[in-house]
Design a protein around this ligand. Sequence first.
Ligand SMILES: [Zn+2]
Length: 258
Amino acid sequence: MASHNSIRHFSQIDIAPTVARTLGFVLPRTDGQPIDLVESWGCKNAAIIIIDSLGYDLFMWLRPSMENMSHFADDGLLLRAKAVSNHTTPAIASILSGLIPMHHGIFDKAGAKTSSTPSLPEMASAAGLKAAVVMEKNGAEVYQGLIEIVEGIPDSIPPEDFDREACRKTVQAILQRPRLLVSYFIGIDKSVHRGLGLEGIRKAALNIDRCIGEVVGSADEETLFILCGDHPIHAGLLKRTKEPYCVALILVRGRRQS
Ligand SMILES: [Zn+2]
């Protein structure tokens, strides 16, 4: 029987050190550890796709209808990762810095704008690696002038349209061959907050699943995709109210045939 100590527990803070190692630089400081299971894949580029509210349990429930992501989980790795926060901004800051919220100190959008904590896109760009960010307009603005490709999408448009637009801009960004890409999908979270119930959530998830199929299909196998939730569902009837708070974390290589 395996000893308890031999079981590794994964967390969202392991994403940044995994990406840094893939890109060939070292984070100045991190609370996480690289996920070494992907090292033998030999990827040189990294793409982080954040899916708002994709908790681990929710993914397992949606999995039969999420054809692409289910396939990527089978083909690559599906991990149950500890969520560092129940809120979007601090969670994304942890994903992109490898630090727990107490250490990066970013708790709201204003904090994200004024923070001096370096995030992966800035660090990659400073290391001479082309970086791309596709996200909600306010979040994207933080990167303006700091990295090569910045695409903001107004969150005033309907969530389905936002996600289709994120998909289109992400595929366009991939064609410019960035070493690091960060992209963000909001439809599941918006359905939760609009009180749309299970079918509304499933519909948003199907839209995102199609988008992610296109995105992963547009990069070759040198790109390591990291698909992850920012937190479990944090509102409405499906709100997660007890430990463990975990998100789905899927690692898979790009699938474009060269
Ligand atoms: Zn969120």
